[in-house]
Each structure stands twice: as C-alpha cells, then as structure tokens.
Ligand binder design. Sequence first.
Ligand code: ZN
Length: 305
Amino acid sequence: MVRFIKITAFVAALAACQSEDSASPSITQAAISTQNAGDNRVAKDLFGYIPRGSNQTPEAHGSYARGCQAGAAELPETGPTWQAMRLSRNRNWGQPELVDYVQDLSRFAATQPGWAGLYVGDLSQPRGGPMLSGHASHQIGLDADIWMLPPDRLNLTRQERENISSISMRRAQGAYTNNNWTPQHEAILKAAASDPRVARIFVFPGAKVAMCNSATGDRSWLRKIRPWWGHHYHFHVRLNCPAGDATCTNQAPPPAGDGCADAQQWVNNILNPPPPDPNAPTRPPKGPITMAGLPGQCIGVLNAN
Ligand SMILES: [Zn+2]
C-alpha cells in the first residue's frame, strides 16, 4: 500500500511538470499492472524495432506519452483519399478506431477544393511505445499527425514520400497564419474536431485564433483545438480512449468554453514575450522511459506474436 501511494505521488508530480502535448494521466487506473517493476531495459530500444503489430485484441495500454498498443491495425500505405508519408519510419499503425478515423477524415478532405485527400504523417509504431526519435506522445495508437500540405495527387512513390516536405502555415513565430492558410484548412480542422472520437487537436496559436475569428454559428468544436508549440507543418489529432478499453488512460478534458481567450494569450506572449520567471522550478533531468515505467501489459505486447 505504501508503495502504491509513492507511485501515485510520483505520477502526480510528473503530471504537474509535463506539457499538455505529453500529459500524464489524470486518473490512476487499477487495471494497469506493474508486473514489469524492476525491468530497467530502455523501452524505445525494444519498441523501436518491431516490424508489425501484435496478434492480440486491440487495446491501448497506458497514456499517450507512456504506454503501448496491442492489436494495432496498419493504415494502408495508400487509399482512395490518403497516402501515408515517410514509410521508412513504419509509424502508420494505430488502434482500429484511429485508422478508421483517419480514413473518414481523408474522405471529408477530398471534398475540399484543391485537396485530393490527406497526406498522413506519424501515427504510432506497430506496438506503440516510446520512439527512437521524435514525439513524446503517439505511444498508444490514438495520436495522428496530419500534414498541412494540400495533396494534389495520391500516387506518390515510396521515394517521393521520403523526400517531399509539408509546408508551414505560420508567420511571426506562429502568432499569425501565412498565405498558405486557406478556408479549406479551417474546414478540415473543424471537421476533425467535430468528431466525437476526438479528445484534442494541437495546432499553432495563430491558427486557433484565425479560426476563432472566422467561426460562425456553433463554436463548441473550437474547445478541442488547443494551441501548442510547433504544429505549423502538421496538426496533431488525439482520440479519446475507445469505449471499454480499461487500461487506457484519458487526459483530463480541455477547460470549458471555446478556449479563444487562452489562444489569444499565447499569441500575445509570442508578440511580447513575458520576462523569464526567476522562480520557475528547474526540471530534474529525465532519463529514457524504461520497461518498468510502462504499464505491465506492455511486456505482453512486446512478447506476443
Ligand atoms: Zn504529433
């Protein structure tokens, strides 16, 4: 029991200093086992090299920035309205609900002038988990990066998908959108956020404020669009834990309201940076996530066929 309290306090401390993009769970769930306590192997060195999903019932274990995924589905490399990019990374794997969601959103995108569909960036590794490069999150098969570059064709070769870059939508360090930003971007982000499967979407602050200013009618979808650093070459969609997934830990929901005042504050801080806070706590250096730092179920995911 004492041990449990210690672990809970540790998780709470982590949550307090972690970013929203990689936020720790708000709820400690008893369903997550600790069978791998004491296993100090570095998790990314194991999960980073597994070529395919596990032959298990689909389940997201843990939280977006600390977990793994069982029974992942592969987003087909090319479909009628999408292409997965950077195939060499092998990160086009997610929980079946995420793979469905990306396909659904791509069908909507294809209705927009100038958009043949979507170019899809990273989902998760075949079994999720920490990665050898990039992302703190994307670990449980419920996060997806969607490129801002409007696809003009969906017959890119493997090599082209390695070489083509997305385009930035920002100017003034993200305080504003630039001339690449179009009403179609807004329509696609609105459709993306309006889907009940979605928990949050991360995009640079200037884009959120642009949408706050142009939205008409129902504004409830804006609540899920959260300003964040980066995210001007792509936006990042995060789904809620699928219903009935007992070992998946949701992030606390975004604050009530459309979040537009908060986004404007981000913009103001970009334009007029506040002086550094001399009392800001210094973060202790964080080592890589070990197997002991992941839910115990991740051992089973690692070892499954
Ligand atoms: Zn992302």
